[in-house]
Design a protein around this ligand. Structure first.
Ligand code: DGP
Length: 113
């Protein structure tokens, strides 16, 4: 989508610190990190949120987890632990409406509330 900030990052139209990219998925460091490791893993296809996932996207959504596993190992947080978060909708705190998975690690996480 032309006015989507993550679509622009995926296309290299605005700067980002990319840590992974293939034809389906891009991952880059969050601009406002909430943990020592804070990476956003996004499908290259513009999907607004989990609410807009269709059956054809299932392999793509699975790929987000495969990339998360790979990046957690690379960041050295596989053993210590990490959190994968997908905010969906305004009340959950979604601010960018291009589906993304947060990979957070490198510090103890509080219980969800
Ligand atoms: P969420 O609140 O779940 O929609 O998370 C959106 C995240 O995106 C938030 O943690 C900040 C990050 N973010 C927003 N704009 C940019 C940007 O231009 N570059 C990068 N690297 N991250 C961004």
């Amino acid at each position: 989508m032309s006015d989507c900030i993550f679509c622009k990052i995926i296309k290299g139209e605005i700067p980002s610190t990319n840590v992974y990219q293939d034809e389906h998925v891009t991952a880059f460091r969050d601009i406002n990190p909430a943990a020592p490791t804070h990476i956003l893993i996004v499908p290259n296809k513009h999907i607004e949120s989990v609410n807009f996932v269709i059956p054809d996207d299932e392999a793509l959504i699975g790929k987000l987890f495969a990339v998360a596993k790979q990046l957690a190992e690379k960041e050295g947080v596989s053993e210590s632990g990490y959190r994968l978060v997908v905010n969906t909708g305004a009340e959950a705190g979604q601010t960018v409406f291009h589906l993304h998975m947060h990979l957070l690690g490198g510090r103890p996480m509080r219980a969800l509330g």
